[in-house]
Design a protein around this ligand. Sequence first.
Ligand SMILES: Nc1ncnc2c1ncn2[C@@H]1O[C@H](COP(=O)(O)OP(=O)(O)OP(=O)(O)O)[C@@H](O)[C@H]1O
Ligand SMILES: [Mg+2]
Length: 393
Amino acid sequence: MIGNSEQMLNTFSLIRKLATVDYPILITGETGTGKELAARAIYEKSKRSKHRFVSINCSAIPEDLFESELFGYEKGAFTGAVRAKKGKIEMANKGVLFLDEIGDLSLKIQPKFLRFLETSQFDRLGSNTTLSVDVRVISATNKNIEEMVEEKALREDLYHRLSTFRINLPPLRDRGKDIHTLTHFFINKFSKELNVKLKDFTVEAKENMLEYSWPGNIRELINKIRKAIVLSENHLISSSDLDLECNQDIIKPLKEYLWEYENKILLRAIQRYNGNISKAADKLCISRPGLYKLLEKHGIEMRNTEKILPHEKRKKPRFRKTIVAVLIHDGKTIKGEIRNLSSKGYHFISHHKLKGIKDSRCIIQWPSIKASLKCTVVWEKHIRNMMHLGLSL
Ligand SMILES: Nc1ncnc2c1ncn2[C@@H]1O[C@H](COP(=O)(O)OP(=O)(O)OP(=O)(O)O)[C@@H](O)[C@H]1O
Ligand SMILES: [Mg+2]
């Protein structure tokens, strides 16, 4: 791991100390700050490095499969279990088990995993025999873990058990001159890899790198440098080769900074609560209609993936697939679909006749969204004796 900022030197010292003991560690930090790298560093410096570092991502595997992946199973434990299989816990015996995205560990598995943490014992699925292992557990998350405990998404007893020791990796923007140390390291590395002459950065690029917020942290820095080496046409890499948005020389009107900050907070709140407007509004201490108004002002759109994208980054078509939705008008529920028929916006399409709906407010609802919107009837068409009605939303 590269770094010589005070925060990183403290982190390295903590890593060295924690490598000598066997307690669980929780590593937190924004995406791309090096959580997995830190977990591997602890493992490599420990006596467990002769054995395996087994990693499992709690958010990437469906709940049912996850249990068998983690604990393993016996032959016939479930349909398709034609032979017995070791789980990740067993594979990590004498080594390290790294649980990435621990905040996404399902509530069903949490008590079983806690039992394993407390006793070092577990049962394979479909087995009556309890197995004992010697595994060190390191977990990581980029979510606010205390908030997850507060919201009961993570059991408090499990949280305390997992976080006997905690390493919080600072975001790159707070690591000061580390940015230049890392840049120097990666430019050397990639120039060799790509077999190109070593390049340097313009003074402005160096300053802008310190200014930039690096939301993707070191992962983003790596990608930007790799791209800039290939794209820059001369010996010096400029800010635009690095695709850096900021420019220290330009002072923008204050309201632009305020707008940018508001935008960032809105995105963060909506993402944190997975598109749940009521929760986000509650935490921001504003009303739901107030939050909708702000989202509209910023051109932030909710997507069927429950993720949102700022207006300028939105890809077209906005919905890759048709979404089944219902429209609630005047107490009546009308089934239909939401489609992105034109670049102008969304359309609710129904086979049902919708009387008196034009220019009125309706509630539109699909699995992740519930919104109150004014609807304008944009077209009515008879297809195969059925009325198709489109509303622009
Ligand atoms: N201090 C560092 N020195 C060198 N490389 C680093 C450092 N920190 C991170 N990296 C590199 O940055 C990339 C991202 O690191 P890593 O995958 O460990 O981040 P992460 O915190 O686990 O991210 P995520 O939350 O998205 O999973 C990797 O290629 C890693 O090697
Ligand atoms: Mg990771």
